[in-house]
Design a protein around this ligand. Structure first.
Ligand SMILES: Cc1cc2nc3c(=O)[nH]c(=O)nc-3n(C[C@H](O)[C@H](O)[C@H](O)COP(=O)(O)OP(=O)(O)OC[C@H]3O[C@@H](n4cnc5c(N)ncnc54)[C@H](O)[C@@H]3O)c2cc1C
Length: 500
């Protein structure tokens, strides 16, 4: 039986691991942390539970697919429920609106501005859905291994059909006039770390996906999904080694031969790296003759990195669940300025932020019935742009954010009810998960770092080496990273038979 090693137990690594173990390979995952899931982690403090990273579940069918594909019923591993409305949004100081995937509510939301805005919304939906189908079939669910896979008339024709040269914001403006309505659909590109003002317009598929497939909550919180993947992998016979930092991928000539951990060589027939691609290039692939010019350190450092996040994980001794939804967004009054600041050095002056309150739906997140578990995420520049997170800047930014949150309805006394507090800055994402430049969503999905131009699932300059994760094809976000794991597994299967 052929042995495959996977470096990292993030969602990309777990997904690849399940597909390969199910196909008859002997798969072992090596994870540096004491927990599986990578950024989809969980920590507990003073009786409160917190999901570390992802919280918004979109495209539920992709979460389920890996279970269907390996012959089991996903409902036996995790369950989820649909949220409606799925997010409360606060704009212009105190105005509250919401995001919904209910067509009747949407119609009244848009018609209350003007019927032509609803008509514009429908034309946006029609346009982006057609482009989504092209993206799905020809770019997201397939990988590229050689130049001819992209540079051929059929793929180039489909690339043109994506009409992706304009920005997300510019594309929305073609359909909608009202600035507030446009912003309600533009901010979602931040989910993958890119500005709507210069991110390719194809990423307007994100609000479409929210509307069409709904937004869901995994019972028990996001970490339950990582646990579900772990369960499926281990019951198929896979092995996970926690607390095991991989130092390098080893090669026999130009073929991956395993990994090295604390000087010890562990052989394998194939290696899938789930650790962040730029980090892996600079640290795990040490033989520079295997990197060619494109992936030498100076080139890797010059790539464009997406935005990062500042997070406050708060436990309170008071309940706030009657005031807010599970998902809440406060949009900066000057949204355009806020987004521009994310691509400059320095911290945003009037930040937008997102607040998640899982204890609203699941009281197990809190130690007792009189408390709340609250997660506040603030998009901030990555460490390449701003690298000055020290005690003083953290304290100032924390204060600024908590003052803003206190302005939300019913949240005025929040600061005096905090009994547990943990802060993550971009440095934590760099140090805990080896996220290059602390960019929480990986390489920025610009036009020149998307599709064929994003690092491939099969490494082009060595054999039997593959990549899965947010900085490689097809990109960031849980469902897309699950797909990345599947694509990496498929690429490996093309090169290595499980039993030969
Ligand atoms: C704050 C935040 C909020 C988010 N919100 C959402 C959301 O709401 N919805 C959504 O769909 N997506 C969201 N995302 C994005 C999503 O979480 C990621 O795209 C996805 O989880 C990334 O998975 P991955 O497998 O690429 O990487 P990771 O989760 O980073 O996994 C990589 C793993 O490799 C390990 N590793 C690294 N180096 C080594 C080494 N040398 N040896 C051994 N192990 C190593 C790391 O410890 C880690 O466990 C969010 C992300 C963050 C950070």
């Amino acid at each position: 039986m052929k042995k495959v090693i996977i470096v990292g137990s993030g969602i990309g690594g777990l997904s690849a691991a399940i597909y390969l173990q199910n196909a008859g390979y002997q798969v072992e995952i090596y994870e540096k942390n004491d927990q599986i899931g990578g950024k989809m982690g969980r920590f507990e403090k003073e009786g409160f539970k917190f999901d570390v990273g992802p919280t918004i579940v979109m495209m539920p069918h992709i979460y389920q697919q890996v279970f269907h594909d390996t012959g089991v019923n996903p409902d036996d591993y995790f369950t989820m429920s649909r949220l409606e409305p799925f997010m409360d949004v606060f704009v212009n100081d105190h105005d509250k609106t919401y995001l919904t995937s209910d067509l009747t509510k949407l119609a009244s939301q848009y018609e209350s501005v003007s019927p032509s805005e609803f008509s514009g919304f429908l034309s946006y939906l029609n346009d982006i859905y057609k482009r989504y189908l092209v993206a799905k079939d020809h770019f997201i669910q397939r990988s590229f291994r050689k130049p001819l896979d992209f540079w051929n008339p059929k793929t180039l024709y489909n690339a043109l059909k994506l009409k992706t040269f304009g920005s997300s914001y510019g594309s929305l403006k073609k359909h909608l006039k009202n600035e507030d309505l446009v912003k309600l659909m533009a901010f979602q590109t931040l989910y993958i770390g890119v500005s709507p003002y210069n991110g390719p317009s194809i990423y307007n598929i994100i609000p479409m996906i929210e509307l069409i497939y709904g937004v869901w909550f995994i019972d028990g919180g996001m970490y339950q999904y990582a646990r579900a993947l772990e369960k499926r992998f281990t019951e198929l016979g896979g092995k996970i080694h926690l607390n095991t930092h991989v130092d390098q991928v080893t090669f026999n000539g130009k073929t991956a031969s395993g990994i090295k951990i604390a000087g010890k060589q562990i052989p394998a027939d194939g290696v899938i790296v789930n650790a962040d691609f730029p980090y892996a290039m600079n640290h795990l692939i040490q033989d520079s003759t295997l990197k060619k010019r494109k992936y030498q350190q100076e080139k890797i450092d010059k790539l464009e990195y997406g935005t990062s996040c500042f997070l406050l994980y708060l436990g309170t001794d008071k309940r706030y669940d009657s005031n807010l939804n599970l998902h809440n967004l406060k949009m900066a009054n000057d949204f355009t300025k806020n987004i521009k600041e994310l691509e400059q050095s320095g911290l945003p002056t009037d930040p937008s932020y997102y607040l998640y309150m899982p204890s609203k739906l699941d009281r197990n997140f809190t130690p007792n019935d009189k408390s709340e578990s609250i997660y506040i995420l603030v998009p901030v520049p990555n460490l390449k742009l701003y690298d000055n997170w020290n005690d003083s800047t953290i304290a100032q930014f924390r204060e600024q954010i908590l003052n803003k949150v206190s302005e939300l309805p019913g949240m005025a006394d929040l600061q005096s009810h905090i009994v547990s507090e943990t802060i993550y800055t971009p440095d934590d994402f760099k140090n805990k998960f080896n996220a290059a430049n602390g960019a929480t969503f990986g390489l920025k999905p610009t036009l020149l770092q998307s599709n064929y131009f994003r690092p491939h699932n099969k490494y082009p300059y060595a054999e039997h080496l593959y990549f899965a994760g947010s900085s490689v094809h097809p990109g960031a976000g849980v469902p897309i990273v699950i797909t990345s794991g599947q694509l990496a597994a498929n690429e490996l299967k093309k090169d290595i038979e499980p039993n030969d």
